[in-house]
Design a protein around this ligand. Structure first.
Ligand code: C5P
Length: 244
């Protein structure tokens, strides 16, 4: 199989509030980023226009990260609209209902890779406990991640969003073709500032454990020089790919 370039692993979330700012990051980072992620902040502000803008600016793929979570009919109808937009991936929460995942996949109609969010990388065991889950999930959160990934696989999702700590297990259980996207990436050379991410790994850990895509936002966006930061990350990924 053809080795993927480091850039193909890097997903940069356009967590900004305007088309203008997003366009600046797209043009700045296009040499180092294979996919741009449009999330809630930008989509709420700009609507689908942003997808057209990114498409016009080059070859990068687009990940529409709206993390849908609603009754099946609403999720189905929303995903039908997403499927018309020509994006590579879109997200739905695993939540509590396999029917919601079925609806998302049906709405996608094979025109968009539906990714299911297992357990957010900002969540800790204490959070899971506080929201009323059984002890087997609070003592070992990977039980919950696997349970939800199984729901996603059964529904026909393209893959899951999980932490780099769980990706090896996901690949072992569900196979290498089941896509694993890992946010919560923090390079060792980063600022060390404690933010909302909790289940974090370095870029090289994520890649060597089998992640297909790494969502890397603040370590690039908030770096003194975002291009150099992206370049360092690409080099780290390259080295990890060579070693693995
Ligand atoms: O690297 P950083 O923490 O800045 O990345 C933040 C981005 O990762 C946000 O766009 C957020 O929506 C996304 N994210 C995600 N799934 C998670 C955690 C964060 O898609 N489990």
């Amino acid at each position: 199989m053809k080795k993927r370039a480091a850039k193909d692993y890097i997903v940069f979330p356009l967590d900004v509030a305007s088309v203008k700012e997003a366009a600046q990051y797209v043009s700045l980072l296009s040499d180092w980023v294979g996919m741009f992620k449009v999330g809630l902040e930008l989509f709420v502000q700009t609507g689908p226009e942003i997808v057209g803008m990114i498409k016009k600016s080059g070859n990068a793929r687009i990940f529409l990260d709206l993390k849908l979570h609603d009754i099946p009919e609403t999720v189905y109808r929303a995903m039908c609209r997403v499927a018309e937009m020509g994006v590579a991936f879109a997200t739905v929460h695993c939540g509590e209902s396999p029917r919601m995942l079925d609806a998302a996949v049906k709405g996608g109609g094979g025109n968009v890779g539906v990714l299911a969010v297992t357990v957010l990388t900002s969540i800790t065991s204490e959070d899971i406990q506080a929201s009323g889950f059984k002890e087997k999930f609070t003592t070992d959160m990977s039980n919950l991640v696997i349970k939800r990934a199984q729901m996603a696989k059964t529904a026909g999702c393209a893959g899951v969003v999980c932490s780099g700590r769980e990706v090896k297990m996901i690949k072992e259980v569900f196979g290498t073709d089941f896509v694993a996207v890992t946010p919560g990436i923090r390079p060792e050379w980063g600022s060390g500032v404690k933010d909302d991410q909790r289940r974090i790994v370095t870029p090289s850990e994520a890649v060597s454990r089998g992640a297909d895509f790494l969502v890397i936002g603040r370590p690039i966006r908030d770096a003194e020089d975002p291009v150099t930061a992206a370049q360092y990350i690409a080099e780290e990924i390259d080295a990890a790919l060579t070693d693995s």
